[in-house]
Design a protein around this ligand. Structure first.
Ligand SMILES: [Fe+2]
Length: 151
């Protein structure tokens, strides 16, 4: 479960709101996994939402970083590109498997949830918060240095 705190805030209201939506939906997926209330259609819907919303949100965030000429803009864009490609591959893998058993579905969903949500959290902390620095919302010393390789 990802908890919202100042440690993940960029200080930019519209970006923070969008991050909260992503976090809430990753947490919802985790809840379904833990409570064993997940089925194929629900997983399909959640994955599609998480993928499409991330795609839309990344575009808005990139505009923000570019408008301010932020030093993180290019790295941010590259990391987004990697994530969308990786997520799309995972989604295609999900759609290609036809013989899902309940066990297999839960195993797959747990692995993918862990991988994608951990990436997101790390990305927000190590990359996105630098946009907050560029926009004067955070002090440079409040943000850990960017991680060049986040794939
Ligand atoms: Fe980002």
């Amino acid at each position: 479960m990802i908890r919202w705190s100042e440690k993940v805030a960029t200080g930019i209201p519209k970006i923070d709101v969008q991050h909260r939506v992503l976090i809430r939906n990753f947490n919802l997926l985790e809840e379904h996994i833990n409570n064993r209330t997940l089925n194929y259609d629900e997983l399909n819907e959640l994955l599609l939402f998480l993928l499409k919303y991330a795609e839309w949100h990344f575009g808005r965030e990139e505009e923000c970083a570019e408008e301010t000429g932020c030093y993180i803009a290019e790295l941010n864009r590259k990391q987004h590109e990697w994530y969308i490609k990786h997520f799309t591959r995972l989604y295609e893998e999900f759609k290609a498997i036809k013989d899902w058993t309940e066990e297999k579905l839960y195993e797959w969903a747990s692995r993918v949830h862990k991988e994608l949500s951990e990436w997101l959290l790390k990305h927000v902390i190590r990359t996105d918060r630098h946009i907050g620095v560029c926009m004067g919302k955070l002090k440079p010393e409040e943000v850990p240095p960017p991680e060049e390789d986040l794939t």
